[in-house]
Design a protein around this ligand. Structure first.
Ligand code: NAP
Length: 252
């Protein structure tokens, strides 16, 4: 039986891509799931396909008050969150910084950095109080390297890297673990969101090579969570075999 059985797992951005795949993998382990995203209809559909005890909630993680309200009003059985997967995030455009629009920066900074901070601030105190828990942040290779047009997105993921390291320092005197999973190219709705619904452009991102799937990342997230309590996986960088760095891709 998995050591995850009956643990409570909170996943932000569970309505698509990596977050949705992670919800499915965790549900196979007998956990209780709290699934959050803005598209609540999608979460409700997902819930129908999953086993076990699942609470879905509509949440825009950019809204500080909404984050605090959702966390403080969780039903009793979901209140003690054991694993927080800070997955919700997005890229907006690939424009040069001096040509980009301000809204794209606000979107990325508010979601990828501030939203992650709001959720962490709301959830970590009860982990510290119970002296147990695990925060798994989804960073990116963009948190280690900068690629053309990546400017602000890469800055937000560099921030996630720094925040992850800071959290680990802050929590070293507790049993709370902090990990980050930093993928290269994964085929999800990410590019469609980045290119504001331009499906053709988004498809091209994943053509001519074999990208990672959301399941590949979800497997790793669950594996990290399943390590024994004294083992803290600090960081996992995952590339498709056809990728060697943020801007080196063996595209045919
Ligand atoms: P995706 O398919 O577009 O999924 C993104 C998820 O984030 C959706 O469920 C979306 O839900 C949620 N989200 C976005 N803004 C939100 C907000 N303000 N409040 C709540 N939820 C929000 O993309 P993905 O590839 O799975 O991305 C997941 C994470 O992986 C992101 O942090 C991304 O930066 C990271 N990542 C992706 C790749 C890649 O190649 N795909 C590579 C490295 C890292 P709603 O729209 O319903 O709110």
């Amino acid at each position: 039986m998995s050591i995850l059985k009956d643990k409570t797992v909170f996943i932000s951005g569970a309505s698509a891509g990596i977050g949705m795949a992670t919800a499915k993998k965790f549900s196979e382990k007998g956990v209780k799931l709290v699934l959050a995203a803005r598209r609540i209809d999608r979460l409700k559909e997902l819930k129908k396909d999953l086993n076990g005890n699942i609470f879905t909630v509509q949440l825009d993680i950019r809204e500080y008050d909404a984050v605090n309200t959702v966390i403080s009003k969780l039903p009793n059985e979901f209140k003690n969150i054991d694993i927080l997967v800070n997955n919700a995030g997005l890229g907006r455009g690939l424009d040069k910084l001096h040509q980009a629009n301000r809204e794209s920066w606000e979107d990325m900074i508010d979601t990828n950095i501030k939203g992650l901070l709001y959720l962490s601030r709301a959830i970590i105190p009860q982990m510290v109080e119970r002296n147990q828990g695990h925060i798994i942040n989804i960073g990116s290779i963009a948190g280690h390297e900068v690629y053309p047009g990546g400017n602000v997105y890469c800055a937000t993921k560099h921030a996630v890297d720094a925040i992850t390291k800071g959290m680990r320092l802050d929590l070293v005197d507790t049993k709370v673990r902090v990990s980050t999973v930093d993928p290269g190219l994964v085929e999800t709705e990410f590019s469609e969101v980045r290119f504001y619904g331009d499906t053709e452009r988004a498809k091209k991102v994943y053509q001519g090579y074999t990208p990672l799937t959301p399941d590949d990342i979800a497997d790793t997230i669950v594996w990290i969570a399943e390590r024994p309590p004294h083992v803290q996986i600090a960081e996992v960088i995952i590339f498709p075999t056809d990728q060697a760095s943020a801007s080196s891709l063996n595209r045919k």
